[in-house]
Each structure stands twice: as structure tokens, then as C-alpha cells.
Design a protein around this ligand. Sequence first.
Ligand code: TRP
Length: 387
Amino acid sequence: MADEEMVVTPWEVVGEIDYSKLMEQFGTQPLSEDLLNKFRKHSGELHIQLRRGIFFSHRDLDWLLERYDAGEKFILYTGRGPSGNVHLGHVIPWLFTKHLQDIFDARLYFQLTDDEKFLISQNLTLEDTLHLTYENALDVLASGFDPKKTFLISDVKNVQTLYRIAVEVAKTVTYSTAKAVFGFKESSNIGILFFPAIQAAPCFLESATSGRNVPCLIPAAIDQDPYWRIARDAAPKLGYYKPAQMHCKFLPGLGKGGKMSSSMPETCIFTIDPPKVAEKKIMNAFTGGRSTVEEQKKMGANPHICPIYHYERFLFEPDDAKLAEIENTCKSGGLLCGEHKATLAPKVIKFLKEYQERREKAKDVVSDCFIDSCDRKLQEALGLERF
Ligand code: TRP
């Protein structure tokens, strides 16, 4: 695993990930202390994911905060490729996005790329991805977004809303650029060649609709960055602001190394997993522990390679002092892996139960949150006559 070459694209993440190298490769900036201090002015205590470097990199966040301080509000934009059930790794950036929605009182555009997942999949039909769009949308709402300020987009069903912008973006992007950015091949289908224009469109949706330039912030995992390079190149050519980004790291899977990935379901905690199933997966997880209890008590374990520790760090232990204690007792051999798993499991179960309740409730409102059926809501929000 460790010597496997790192590959990070929107469709593939393999190998051990070196985030500093990615920032260099992608040309993004670290979230500096200085910038975090500016952020603190709005958020009070920093969000757990900022304190712990889960969100670690950005583009133009300093510019965005300056505009905000000057009275110019921004929109949030993020999304999900509906290729299967949602797992905790997907939810991590959504929880941070909700925090941003709360502190900046921002509208969120959330794209579900049922077209993309159909185009790149060997086995999913359009019916499948459309169905998953609905299922995944329930998860989006269960993550706590304010339904009044959240606009879901199914590419296939709501394409009319995106298409004009997508066509304008597409005209600015040559095949040679798209090929260099995404690695398209002669054998790539032409649907996926056009798709980056569809993923760029929501960046400019509110600007195009309202007729005034609206800054956009995209919180997302770093594998989506190639899309934003295309969107940022197109923006000034079309008279829009370049969208700003905040990038996060990947939640590890329950196995040894690698991010949580639906292609290995036994190493994923899905939001719809029954509590017993999730508990079992946790109890079977890989850890940073030694092969015997005795050895571990003597020499300690390694939390930094341990998914159980990382779940505490990403989400389940919000108290920094307690997290530090977990880290220290793990390293010193005072905390055994079985014990640690047994204390993590109830926290995960509590989270899942609450999430599943909200997910159930979302069924009542989800159809009203898709952009076509909420045109009126958007018109009102933007103070427009027609959308
Ligand atoms: N392409 C993304 C995926 O496969 C889905 C997506 C669309 C997205 N728009 C986005 C993700 C904006 C993050 C931000 O998951």
C-alpha cells in the first residue's frame, strides 16, 4: 500500500496520500494561521474540522472573506455523485458546509451528478443514478442544512436550470485543456467530455440568475479540484468571479490504509447501516495496535495509522483535551484497541440513530428542495420576478 503511487482524480483515489504534495501539484494554498484567525472573527471558536486540519487547503478564501467583510455575501456550492449509498466519509464535508451555512447565513446549491455517475459507470443505469439521487438527497438534508436556504440540483432532471451556463462554459474549454486536466482518452465517451461544464455551472448559477456577480465558495474533498480549475479559467471570460474553494482530507476506511470507499463496503459505515451492523464493522476494524495485548501494554500503539483514532479526530470526539488523552493513552499502551472500539461504537450508533431519524423526516420535504420545484423559493430569496 505505502509504495503504491498516489493518484488523486475525481474518479480515482489510490495510494497513500501526501496532502502537501497535492497542494503543490494542484497549486492550492494552505489554510494559514492568519487566515484561520480571520475566520475566527465570524465563527467564534474554530470548527472541529478547522482546528484539526481536516479542511487544510483553499483558493481565494482570503479574497472571499474580504468581500464578505465589505458586505458582499457569497453562496455555497457542493455536491455528490450518486453512485451508491452515502457513508461517513461523504458526510464529513457536508457537516462543515452546514457550519458555513449557519455562520455566514449563506444559500447552498447542492448538485447531484446523476449524469456523471451514469456516464462513468460500467453498470449503473440512468434509473439507478436517478433513484440514488433521491436517496442521497435524503442524506444531504439529514446533515442539517436549512431547507429554506438549500437548493438541490439533479443534473438530469434540472438540466434546464444549468444548461445555458454550461454551454457558455463549455465554449471556453478546449479538448486539449480538458484532456490535460482530466486525463480523457480517445476511448472516453463524449458525454463525460462535456460534463465538466455541467459541474461548473452551479458556481455561476446565482450570478446568472440575479444579474449581479455573487461570490461562490466550494467546500469539498480535494479530489474535485480539477473541476474548479476549469471553472476558474472560464469565470473571467464570462464576466464572473472565480469560485473560491476549501479542500478537505479523506476519512480513512475501516481497513488498512486508504480512504473510506463504497467499493469496499465492509470498511465503510453507511448512514443507513443498522446500528448493529455498524458496531460489528467497528469491532472488526483494522487498528494501529500490536499483535498481542502484552506487547501493546509495553510498547503502546500507533494512533496515526488507526481508523478508530481518526474517527474520534474527524467527528466523534469534539473535545480537544479528551482527544489528546486518547492519543496519549493509546501511544503509552494504556488504551487497548478492543476497549477503544467499545467506547467508539456507542458514539457512532448515537450519531447514526439521530441521522436516520432526520433522514426519515427529510422524505416529507425533499421534493420541494430540488431546484425546479423550488423556483418560487429561489425567486423570493433573490427578490426576482422571474427565474
Ligand atoms: N463530481 C462529484 C462526485 O463525484 C459531485 C459534485 C458535483 C461535487 N458538484 C460538486 C462535489 C461540488 C463537490 C463539490 O462526487
